[in-house]
Design a protein around this ligand. Structure first.
Ligand code: SF4
Ligand code: SF4
Length: 293
């Protein structure tokens, strides 16, 4: 097949089968919709492309990781039993909890209820903004071939890829917006990393724990910590941070009312409720005028 691909979303809702992962600033604007957890992931790449690898894709990947990472550090990766000089990238984002099995919490009767303000990851379907351009064709073909997905790939749809390059304007816009957001969120992510290094907040995992778990699973922490760090460092006003905590509490309470869920999910939501209520009480106490003796 040639490198030309057409695409139109028929809004079948089938790819909205789980809650999205979003950038930190996006979480702040969607706190009334989703229950968020702070998410830590690590990606490691050799310093130079390995023999036989596509060098263009490698450097695109490296540029994207560098743009989105909160921190990068040198590591040795084992390749065919030999240590290879590599870089480890720590990514920090916000993960919306799957509050209903197999469906995004924003899905309403099969349609996205927040279409006009859906997250960047949803705006860049069928090719995620964090993926290198060089993988667009393979990713596109795999996505639209997913059983059950009703994407229209006939010529009635707008051209999405030509010669293997993305030509779809909304997707290019979403990719540009994501890079801009990465720059805006960088000081916030760096402040979180500084708090992790200090070990001053027991709800944050240590960098060593994240590295140790990298091969098995991503780690999460309370999003409350992220709002408070943003307020402490002046990235969010205190009132704004307090408002976000209130919004998250209301969203959790709404989700708790919504239906059946596993015991583990129930426990997570209950713990988050307690955590947010305590944060609000502390904020009220710390804002009271000090009593004179
Ligand atoms: S936010 Fe909207 S587009 Fe994104 S996964 Fe949820 S329902 Fe789908
Ligand atoms: S599976 Fe395809 S057609 Fe269905 S909602 Fe997702 S992008 Fe749209």
């Amino acid at each position: 097949m040639s490198g030309v691909r057409h695409f139109a979303c028929t809004q079948c809702g089938k790819c909205c089968n789980r809650a999205p992962e979003v950038e930190l600033s996006e979480a702040a604007s969607l706190a009334d919709v989703f229950v968020f957890r702070l998410l830590f992931r690590v990606y490691s790449l050799p310093r130079a492309p390995e023999r036989g690898a596509d060098a263009e894709v490698f450097y695109q990947k490296k540029r994207l990781l560098a743009a989105h990472a909160a921190r990068k550090s040198p590591v040795k990766l084992m390749r065919q039993s030999k240590p290879v000089d590599s870089t480890s990238y720590l990514l920090i984002s916000a993960l919306a909890l799957d509050t209903l099995p197999g469906a995004c919490a924003a899905l309403d009767e099969g349609r996205c209820s927040i279409h006009d303000r859906r997250p960047l990851g949803c705006r860049s379907v069928p090719f995620h903004y964090s993926r290198p351009h060089g993988l667009a064709l393979a990713d596109f073909d795999a996505f639209v071939a997913t059983p059950g997905y009703a994407c229209d790939t006939s010529e009635a749809g707008a051209p999405f890829l030509q010669g293997g390059r993305i030509v779809d304007a909304p997707t290019l816009q979403a990719r540009g917006d994501a890079l801009q957001l990465a720059t805006i969120d960088r000081p916030w992510k760096e402040a979180i990393v500084r708090a992790m290094k200090r070990g001053s907040d027991s709800s944050l995992p240590s960098l060593a724990d994240i590295e140790a778990n990298a091969g098995f699973a991503a780690m999460t922490a309370s999003m409350r910590t992220a709002w408070e760090i943003a307020a402490d460092t002046g990235l969010l006003g205190r009132e704004k941070a307090r408002g976000l905590i209130q919004q998250q509490l209301a969203t959790i309470e709404r989700e708790v009312q919504r239906g059946e869920r596993s015991a583990a999910d129930w426990q997570t939501l209950q713990e988050m409720c307690r955590d947010y209520r305590q944060a609000l009480r502390q904020a009220v106490v710390s804002s009271l005028p000090k009593l004179r003796r």
